[in-house]
Design a binder for this molecule. Structure first.
Ligand code: ATP
Length: 140
């Protein structure tokens, strides 16, 4: 029985993380789910939010947006549209993205523009909350 899980997070441009961890909590499209070593296999779509993992008693946060997580007894593979470790999040950029999205939301006439601005706003807020959580946990 494996005591650790390999967590791999990749995006279309890069490998964000590959690490042995004790626990993974992820923002599934239908709600958060948690994975310990030896979990039964499953596949889940991911929403916009913060994934976290526990390692050596510390909690680390990673922003993820869209994509899938594949769970097997020894491994969690995350294929995300975008992902950043809390330490790599540029807070100023997220604040600017938040402002832009809020302005676009006010102007949006078409449903599709509204939905895009809404998603951009959710990404910006989740990035800020990810960075905050990392700082509070002392891992950022
Ligand atoms: P922006 O308008 O600032 O580009 P966005 O939400 O549209 O934000 P995404 O499409 O999710 O950005 O991501 C595009 C690329 O930029 C990805 O590689 C993502 O990791 C990176 N990225 C976006 N925002 C940030 C941020 N605040 N800090 C670090 N990397 C970021």
């Amino acid at each position: 029985m494996s005591k650790k899980l390999l967590l791999e997070i990749v995006t279309p441009d890069r490998k964000v993380l590959s690490q042995d961890v004790d626990y993974v909590g992820a923002p599934g499209a239908l709600g958060e789910f948690g994975v310990l070593p030896n979990h039964i296999p499953f596949l889940s779509a991911l929403g916009i939010g913060n994934l976290y993992y526990k390692d050596e008693g510390k909690i680390h946060y990673v922003f993820v947006s869209g994509g899938f997580a594949e769970v097997s007894p020894e491994k969690v593979t995350v294929l995300a549209e975008a992902a950043e470790k809390a330490t790599d999040i540029d807070l100023e950029r997220a604040r600017k993205a938040q402002e832009r999205a809020q302005q676009r939301l006010q102007r949006a006439q078409e449903k599709i523009d509204h939905a895009r601005a809404q998603a951009a706003l959710r990404r910006a807020l989740a990035r800020m909350s990810c960075r905050n959580s990392g700082e509070k946990a002392g891992t950022c």
